[in-house]
Design a protein around this ligand. Structure first.
Ligand code: KG4
Ligand code: ZN
Length: 353
């Protein structure tokens, strides 16, 4: 079964074609990053206008790359939320129109569920992957807009064990990077700088919250970083942060990344303690691209618990292949539920299903 996925929840216009929920035949991602770098973040109106311009070219490119025409496509999976409403409208309306004109089944997919299913994907050039993911699994989804600890007991059987009480880790990466003058998006820039930094130079707080809490909080860490930077700027008679030296930036990037990493390791181990039957831990969302956090979790996990993260960086950040994968498993679970439709509308709900 070939599903065409569409994702426009934030600042990526993406269309993918995925076979049987796992094999990626095409995953075209048009990133608006250069456009938003000028403002240091996404301006919703600007993002929506860009989606309008790029939607059809990206759609055409995906079909060409996958060597498919419309007759080969069995269904459309579309992100209907959460995300920026003005961005989601472009994707959902495109999907509604295609469903009507081409008479295709339409499957709405929750964006965070899409991130979870990025762990099922592999590339058309990779060896066929046949191993099934064992349940129950624990999922750490970390992006710019959300940060959750989820227990997955079967396909689309989710229980949210914890979530962020303030900033998501990706958002903290972006804000810290902005103050350090590293640009947008912050995650890749911080992890690159951190390679040459001393993670022990700054003693930054780790917010573990109450002993058995699986919630997250990163705003205190962000404030502590800002305080350290201001102190350094003042003590060294600098005009502002633009005069920070390279070594300071690298050390701060490494110290910040280590603090985030320690929190994730602690929370994953705590979640395993509370759910001893868990067989796998999966990492998903834009921050799952971070190699330091991946290796810290890998080292900390007991040997009998498997650790997975998406097989390609392009499956970590927003992409349509993960939406197609999630759409496939929804369709397999409820084959009669989904029909051609023109009624899919955006939602801001964070409910995971
Ligand atoms: O999942 P995503 O593409 O979009 C949302 O749904 O929010 O995640 C984007 C976030 C950004 O905050 C970005 O800074 C972060 O993922 N990110 C990273 C890395 N690559 C992207 N954070 C840490 N390390 C990375 N290598
Ligand atoms: Zn996302």
């Amino acid at each position: 079964m070939k599903i065409l996925g569409i994702e426009t929840s934030c600042d990526e216009t993406s269309v993918a074609i995925v076979e049987n929920g796992r094999k990626v035949l095409a995953n075209v991602i048009y990133s608006q990053i250069p456009l938003h770098a000028k403002t240091g973040g996404v301006v919703p109106e600007v993002a929506a206008r860009e989606h309008v311009l790029k939607m059809i070219p990206v759609l055409d490119e995906a079909l060409i790359k996958a060597k498919c025409d419309w007759d080969d496509i069995d269904a459309i999976a579309i992100t209907h939320g959460p995300g920026l409403i003005s961005s989601l409208i472009i994707g959902t309306q495109t999907a509604n129109v295609i469903s009507f004109v081409k008479n295709k089944i339409l499957i709405p997919v929750q964006h965070i569920v899409g991130h979870i299913y990025s762990n099922w994907l592999y590339g058309a050039d990779d060896n066929e992957i046949t191993d099934e993911i064992s349940f129950p699994a624990l999922i750490l989804t970390v992006s710019g807009g959300h940060n959750d600890m989820i227990l997955m007991s079967g396909h689309h059987k989710f229980k949210v064990l914890g979530e962020t009480l303030d900033d998501a880790a990706g958002e903290a990466f972006d804000k810290v990077a902005r103050i350090l003058g590293l640009g947008y998006p912050g995650g890749p820039a911080i992890s690159k700088m951190a390679v040459n930094g001393d993670s022990a130079r700054f003693k930054l707080p780790r917010s573990f919250l109450e002993k058995d809490s699986l919630n997250f909080s990163f705003s205190g860490l962000k404030t502590a970083v800002i305080r350290e930077i201001r102190k350094y700027v003042t003590e060294n008679g600098m005009k502002d942060e633009s005069e920070l030296d390279e070594q300071f930036i690298a050390d701060m990037a490494a110290s910040f990344q280590e603090a985030v990493s320690d929190v994730f390791v602690y929370k994953v181990l705590e979640a395993l303690k509370q759910n001893p039957k868990v067989k796998e831990v999966m990492f998903a969302g834009g921050v799952s691209a971070n190699t330091r956090i991946r290796s810290a979790i890998t080292e900390a996990l007991p040997l009998d618990v498997k650790f997975r993260f998406p097989k390609s960086i392009s499956y970590c950040t927003d992409n349509a292949a993960m939406i197609a994968a999630a759409g496939y498993s929804l369709f397999k679970l409820h084959p009669k539920r989904y029909k051609p439709s023109t009624n899919i509308v955006p939602t801001t709900s964070f409910e995971i299903y």
